[in-house]
Design a protein around this ligand. Sequence first.
Ligand code: PEP
Ligand code: MG
Length: 572
Amino acid sequence: MLHIKGIGASAGIAVAKAFVMETPSFDIPSHKIEDVAAEKARFQDAIAQSKKELEAIREHTLRELGPDKAEIFSAHLLIVEDPEIVSQVNDKIESENMNAAKALDEVAQTMVMIFESMDNEYMRERAADVRDVTKRVMAHILGVTFVTPASISEEVIIIAEDLTPSDTAQLNRKYVKGFATNIGGRTSHSAIMSRSLEIPAVVGTKVALEKIKNGDLVIIDGTEGDVFVNPSEDLVKEYEGKRADFEAYKEELKQLVNEESITADGHKVKLAANIGTPNDLEGVLKNGSDAIGLYRTEFLYMDSETFPTEEEQYTAYKTVLEGMEGKQVVIRTLDIGGDKELSYLDLPKEMNPFLGYRAIRLCLEETDLFRTQLRALLRASAHGNLAIMFPMIATLEEFRAAKALLLEEEAKLKEEGIEVGQYETGMMVEIPSTAVMAKQFAKEVDFFSVGTNDLIQYTMAADRMNEKVSYLYQPFNPAILNLLHNVITEAHKAGKWVGMCGEMAGEELAIPILLGLGLDEFSMSASSVLRARSLVKRLTKSETEAIVNEVLNMDTAEEVVNFLSEKFDIKK
Ligand code: PEP
Ligand code: MG
């Protein structure tokens, strides 16, 4: 048995066979071939195998996710046998003695270029399909294994270097019992998605991909960050027991679904949920969340092959607002860049993407893109209780510029006779400059939401994706707590409310000190809401307030952690 230690990203236990998912890298050979007939047969074979796979994926998708999602694979099946592609590849093999891989590569590249340069949006989208399908055929020609989460049809634990957000979005909970990745930390996006899907996950294991083979029996403990490979029968039994206990605890918490989030001495807070897509609504309602404190709209862009239209966005936002029946929904404008990329937005490679051209910086430059989203949001505001939030604000000028565009679009809509509802306008506090300058910002915003994932990364200068420096992800560092203190105090002085939508808001050990500091809204993965409610009900506001000064004056994160765990009897 092998024990691998990683970072617990999503609580829960899973026991299943490993499904190793490696991203294939293609080395396209350049050699000439002699046996033309054999090379053509190789190409034909690769097509036949790809076709078989695509048919199976289409069937599976149809059964599990419905005809809409399956349609894309029908389109892929047409492309895989497209006579134009097939004949051009065969021509190159025949007349230039080119090997099949190189021939396909050249033909595919030309095809993609032609599609991409077309005026018609529908045709442009086909470029991505051609790329996808030819990658699959290429993998067969070169004998490289090609897998995607959509092709999984038995109970497994996925083992991968990392999962992209769209990989994670494709995961089918029925089959994927958990995952373990080599890279990432608690706040990387695959980790966040695993919590919203309620799939146990361990990230940042460094070696899982090298050490685990397809079919190995694996236990993952997403609470403790443990991965066991080919465990003994006794250990499997022990973990089956732990899994049952975990499920029973989850059942018990369900009693709190319709209860208020109120401390034992009568102080009300909001326990809200973070979501990535309208599909997450189900979990939000099931867990009795008081609001949605963060809707990360970038998933709408990442799950698409081109920019989502105003209408598509409007529909998504409206669905969420209506689903929440008057409870507040904080929708964040596009936060792309860093570890979130768009395949169809060609951004130059940067030395430090987390410090680069991203989020509001990009939106204030690409104003057409931004205005489309703002219009969709403003139109949706007529259907519920909306708060619009700008990410990655560093300066007041940025906030003012974003708000000015919002007001311009609102005026235009009203001129067109389109209804716009009431809404609030706020910003993320995730860059230290804004936490320090909270007093000035508080005069101009309706609310703040603290993004601790980034605020900690930038304050401690520690990349949130790099497990080597993950020890510096220190929510309890007095530096962070003092910044929070300043943000909340200044906001309250100006009569504004403060939420927190970074992962810290859902950490049990953090809740007492955040409550003491006066945080108004705690936004976390929906699956953590009931656990947080159970804790809030046991605490009193007065006991948490009484410790604030002492904690703010401590020297190290460790000191704070020890003090809080002892005082409130909570394990870190
Ligand atoms: C954050 O930075 O804390 C946050 C909530 O935003 P994201 O994780 O999407 O960067
Ligand atoms: Mg952030």
